[in-house]
Structure formats: structure tokens, C-alpha cells
Design a protein around this ligand. Structure first.
Ligand code: SAM
Length: 276
């Protein structure tokens, strides 16, 4: 019997001649490269493979430390703040404007700790639950990315759960409770993240929101895949009571930007409000 051909990975990267190069079927026809800082061997700080993904950390010449998962850049020291600040402060401010304060926050994914660092800047926050599927990414971030997360994982307000966030929220007996803000800081829509972009998961996040609370989800850049971004906004609009789509400028992501959706739940008084 003929063997089934192996499915090629969606994304991959190469390290050669002093350059890191990222390519993916999610952004066909284009590649992104960063020059390494020094010789390849000395600029690579960590490489491992977990049951969920491959992890690479290297030092680049102009973007500082870079974390890649399955060959795709997740954060660079130079520009991660643009993503982490938008993904956290926009929903935190929107929820606080409506509810007075956002005290209980859920971060889905977020294993690099950058969004966590920003959420913890809000002094009214009492608990942040971070549900990250891969405990190895947190261990590696703690070892190599201290300058990024700045010790956020050790804040006494933080509870880390190493579990698939889909199972964590979707289980009928989920112990998750409800949140003022939910931040879906996950990877691109493939592999273990794919189901976190489904309408079912959006509905589940909505059901775990307090009245007046809101969700912020990474979605794709509208320059990269207009259909996917439009589908996400439409799926969000069918679930949340108010929805906005925004773009974050960040040079190390494909097309130099990434989209995000903020979706709100009506207040106890049944008010639906403008987010931005
Ligand atoms: N948003 C940035 C990006 O896409 O470049 C960084 C995201 S952060 C590193 C993404 C995290 O989501 C990863 O650490 C990954 O392990 C985690 N993740 C992926 N699928 C998950 C799932 N089903 N449940 C919980 N965490 C998940």
C-alpha cells in the first residue's frame, strides 16, 4: 500500500549565513529575515522541541532577543511593547470605563509573559489567571527573557495553569469562573491555537465574561488575509454585544502589523457601549 505523504509544516525557519529567515503558508510569497548578532553558534541561546512546538531563542543584531515558536517570531526585544501594550491596556481601559475597574483577568496563551507584565501594571487587578498549554515555554521565558517579562510570573496575583485553554474554558464543569477582561494572546491559527479562533471558543469566552467586561483577541493582519480577518470580525460580531477591529503596528510581524478584535458584553443594565 502506498504510504501517505507527510503534511509539510505550515511554517518554518532557517538559520544560515548569519541570517534568521521565517516563512509560512499563512503568508505565502513573502519571507522575513533578521540578521544574527555575531556568529550563528553564539547568537543562539536556546533550541528545544516540546510536545506542542519547537522553541528557538536567538540574539539578533538590531531587534535584540527574539523568541520563535515553530519557526515563527513571537516577540522581539525591540518591538514587543507595541503588541503587549495594545493587547492589554485597550481592553483593561474599556472594561474599567464601563465597570469601574477590572479586577479579575484571564490571559490565554501568553507564555512569554509580556502581556502579563502590562496587565499587572493595573493596581486594581486582584487576580490574573494565565492558561498556557506549554509549561516549557514559561520555563524558557523565565530563564532567558527576564528583561521582557520583568518577573511578572512571580507576582502573587498570578495563577498559572498549564492546560489547553480550549478545554479549560469549554468544559461544562470548568472551574474558570468569570472575568472582567479576557485576553486571547495566542499563536497563529494553526496547531494547538487553531481552535482558539473558532466561533465556539468566542462564545465560551463571552459566557465567562462579567457584565460590562470585554475580550481582546489577536486576529490576523487585514493586509495578510482579508478573508480571515473579516471572518473573525463577523464571528465576533455574532457573539459580542459590541465589536471593534484594530491594527497594531509592529515591524517584526508579517506585513508589519497584526489585527486584534475587542468584543464587549452588555452591562447589568443592558447597556451596550462604544469600545474605542
Ligand atoms: N501573540 C504573539 C504571537 O502570536 O506572535 C505571542 C503569543 S504567545 C507566545 C502564544 C502562546 O500561546 C504560546 O506560548 C503557546 O504555547 C500558547 N498556546 C497555543 N495554543 C494554546 C492553547 N490551545 N491553550 C493555551 N495556550 C496555547
Amino acid at each position: 500500500t502506498p504510504s501517505t505523504p507527510a503534511t509539510p509544516p505550515i511554517s518554518s525557519s532557517s538559520l544560515s549565513n548569519g541570517w534568521f529567515t521565517e516563512s509560512s503558508l499563512l503568508w505565502p510569497g513573502q519571507r522575513f529575515s533578521l540578521s544574527l548578532d555575531g556568529h550563528s553558534a553564539s547568537s543562539i541561546l536556546h533550541q528545544s522541541t516540546t510536545p506542542y512546538q519547537s522553541i528557538l531563542i536567538f540574539r539578533s543584531s538590531h531587534y535584540g532577543l527574539v523568541l520563535c515558536l515553530d519557526g515563527v517570531i513571537q516577540v522581539t526585544e525591540r518591538d514587543e511593547f507595541a503588541y503587549a501594550e495594545c493587547m492589554s491596556h485597550v481592553p483593561m481601559a474599556a472594561s474599567a470605563a464601563n465597570n469601574g475597574s477590572a479586577r479579575r483577568v484571564l490571559i490565554i496563551g501568553g507564555g512569554d509573559g509580556c502581556v502579563l507584565r502590562e496587565v499587572l501594571k493595573h493596581r486594581e487587578v486582584e487576580e490574573v489567571v494565565l492558561v498556557e498549554i506549554d509549561e516549557e515555554i514559561i520555563r524558557v521565558a523565565k530563564a532567558y527573557l527576564t528583561g521582557l517579562h520583568k518577573g511578572a510570573f512571580d507576582d502573587p496575583r498570578v495563577r498559572i495553569i498549564n492546560q489547553d485553554a480550549f478545554l479549560f474554558l469549554m468544559s461544562p464543569t470548568s472551574p474558570a469562573g468569570t472575568f472582567d477582561v479576557i485576553i486571547n494572546d495566542t499563536s497563529d491559527p494553526c496547531g494547538p491555537s487553531a481552535q482558539l479562533y473558532s466561533p465556539d471558543f468566542f462564545r465560551s469566552m463571552y459566557s465567562h465574561l462579567n457584565p460590562g467586561g470585554c475580550v481582546c483577541s489577536q486576529v490576523e493582519s487585514c493586509w495578510l488575509n482579508r478573508t480571515l480577518a473579516a471572518d473573525m470580525v463577523a464571528a465576533s460580531a455574532s457573539v459580542y454585544d459590541a465589536v471593534e477591529y484594530g491594527m497594531i503596528q509592529i515591524p517584526s510581524y508579517p506585513t508589519g502589523g497584526i489585527g486584534f478584535v475587542v468584543g464587549a458584553k452588555e452591562t447589568e443594565e443592558g447597556e451596550v457601549w462604544d469600545i474605542l
